[in-house]
Design a protein around this ligand. Structure first.
Ligand SMILES: O=C(O)c1ccccc1NCC(=O)[C@H](O)[C@H](O)COP(=O)(O)O
Length: 380
C-alpha cells in the first residue's frame, strides 16, 4: 500500500468511506491533499485541523493512515452495506428497512429509521458547509469530563449529569409544566456537574431550541446533547447549538463510525459519551483508542427493561481493570431512584450518573437531588 501524502501543515483533509453515509459525498479532497490509496465504495470527508504546525500534521497523517488501513474500511471496499458490517459486530439495529423485513424490530430501530430520514432532510436544508460557517458563533466548548471529575472529588459520590427530559417512549410524558431553562437552573443550583438536554422531538419532546436556550441562559454546567447520532453532520450541528458533549450509542454505530466520530468530536472540542449495554459493546469500545467517557445504560433500549446489575456485571474482572488502567470515567445511566441505587453502582466503579425520570417527576426536581444521593451535593 502506498503512503498518503500531504503538502500543507495548516490543514489536512482526508476522504474515506463511512459506515454512516448513505450516498457518495459530492466533495473531492482539496488539491493540496492527495490520498494515493485506491478507495472505492461510499466515501465521506473528514477534516483534521492542525494548529501546531508540522509535527501535529504528521501525527494526524499517521492517524488517518491507520484508519484507512483498517479492516472496516477494507470491508467497505468490498462493497458490504452498513447493516452487514453492523450485524458482523453484533449490532441488531438496522439503519433502513430491508427487503422482506420492512417493519422495525423494536422501538430503538424505529427511532433510528425516523432519525435517518430527519437528518437527511435537515442536511438538505442546511448542508455541512453552512453549519460549519455558523460554528464560529457558537459559545466555546466546555470541559465535560473535567466537570465530572471535579464534582466526584468534591462530593465523594458520583457526579450528576441531570437530564432535562420531558417525555420518553417508555414512560410517556414525565412532566407537563416543562420549562427547560428553569429546570436546568435548579439542577445547577442543587449541585449537578453537567446537564443532559434531550433534543429529539418525536419521541422525547425535546429540541435544539431547548439546548440553545439553556446554553444562552448563562447555565455554567457543560451540556450533553442527548440525540440519536447516525451521521457526523449532527456533531457539527450540536456544536453549533452550544453542545459540549454528544452521545454515541455502540448498539447503533459500527466501530468505524465510533472511531471517526470520536476523532471529529475531538476536532470540534466535543466530548463523546460512548454508550454500551452489554459485554460485546463494551469490548468493542475498549478496543478504540482515545475514548475518555463510557456510559453503561441499565436500560435495554430495545425492550425498555431496566436492570442496575448490568453496570456491576460489565465492570467486574478484566474489563474493570482495563477501564481503570486507561483512566476512563464510567457513567451509570438510567433507572436510578434511591441513594441505595447510587451507592450500588458507585461500588461497582462508576464515577458519574445520568438521571432523568426520578428527578424530573418530583415537584421540585432540583431539591430532589439531595433525596437521590442521601445528602446535599454542591457544584465545584
Ligand atoms: O428513556 C427511554 O424510555 C428511552 C427509550 C429508548 C431509547 C432511549 C431512552 N432513554 C434514553 C436514556 O438513556 C435515558 O433518558 C437516561 O439514561 C435517563 O434515564 P432515566 O433516569 O431512567 O430517565
Amino acid at each position: 500500500m502506498e503512503s498518503l501524502c500531504f503538502t500543507t501543515p495548516a490543514r489536512v483533509r482526508v476522504s474515506f468511506p463511512s459506515a454512516s453515509s448513505p450516498k457518495p459525498a459530492r466533495s473531492l479532497p482539496p488539491a493540496e491533499w492527495t490520498p494515493k490509496i485506491p478507495m472505492g465504495g461510499v466515501r465521506r470527508s473528514v477534516s483534521l485541523r492542525c494548529t501546531r504546525g508540522l509535527e501535529e500534521a504528521a501525527a494526524l497523517d499517521n492517524k488517518a493512515y491507520s484508519l484507512i488501513n483498517s479492516i472496516e474500511v477494507r470491508e467497505w471496499e468490498s462493497g458490504k452495506s452498513v447493516d452487514d458490517i453492523a450485524a458482523n459486530q453484533g449490532i441488531r439495529i438496522r439503519r433502513h428497512p430491508t427487503k422482506g423485513e420492512d417493519t422495525p424490530r423494536n422501538i430503538l430501530e424505529k427511532i433510528i429509521w425516523d432519525k435517518v430520514i430527519e437528518v437527511s432532510e435537515l442536511k438538505e436544508e442546511k448542508p455541512l458547509t453552512l453549519v460549519k460557517e455558523t460554528l464560529h458563533n457558537a459559545p466555546p466548548a466546555r470541559d465535560f469530563v473535567g466537570a465530572l471529575k471535579a464534582s466526584y472529588e468534591k462530593n465523594g459520590v458520583p457526579a450528576l449529569i441531570a437530564e432535562v427530559k420531558k417525555a420518553s417512549p417508555s414512560k410517556g410524558v414525565l412532566r407537563e409544566d416543562f420549562d427547560p431553562v428553569q429546570i436546568a437552573k435548579t439542577y445547577e443550583q442543587h449541585g449537578a456537574a453537567c446537564l443532559s438536554i434531550l433534543t429529539d422531538g418525536k419521541y422525547f419532546q425535546g429540541s435544539f431550541e431547548n439546548l440553545e436556550a439553556v446554553r444562552n441562559a448563562g447555565v455554567q454546567c457543560p451540556l450533553l446533547c442527548k440525540e440519536f447520532i447516525i451521521d457526523s453532520w449532527q456533531l457539527y450541528y450540536a456544536r453549533s447549538k452550544g453542545a459540549d458533549a454528544v452521545l454515541l450509542i455502540a448498539g447503533v454505530l459500527p466501530d468505524l463510525d465510533i472511531k471517526l466520530m470520536s476523532m471529529e468530536c475531538r476536532e470540534l472540542g466535543l466530548t463523546a459519551l460512548v454508550e454500551v449495554h452489554n459485554e460485546r459493546e463494551l469490548d468493542r469500545v475498549l478496543n478504540i483508542d482515545g475514548i475518555q467517557l463510557i456510559g453503561i445504560n441499565n436500560r435495554d433500549l430495545e425492550t425498555f427493561e431496566v436492570d442496575n446489575s448490568i453496570t456491576k456485571r460489565l465492570l467486574e474482572g478484566e474489563r474493570g481493570e482495563i477501564i481503570r488502567g486507561k483512566g476512563i470515567i464510567v457513567v451509570g445511566e438510567s433507572g436510578l431512584f434511591t441513594p441505595h441505587d447510587v451507592s450500588y453502582i458507585q461500588n461497582a466503579g462508576v464515577k458519574a450518573v445520568l438521571v432523568g425520570e426520578s428527578l424530573i417527576k418530583q415537584n421540585d426536581p432540583g431539591k430532589a437531588i439531595a433525596g437521590l444521593f442521601g445528602k446535599e451535593i454542591s457544584k465545584c
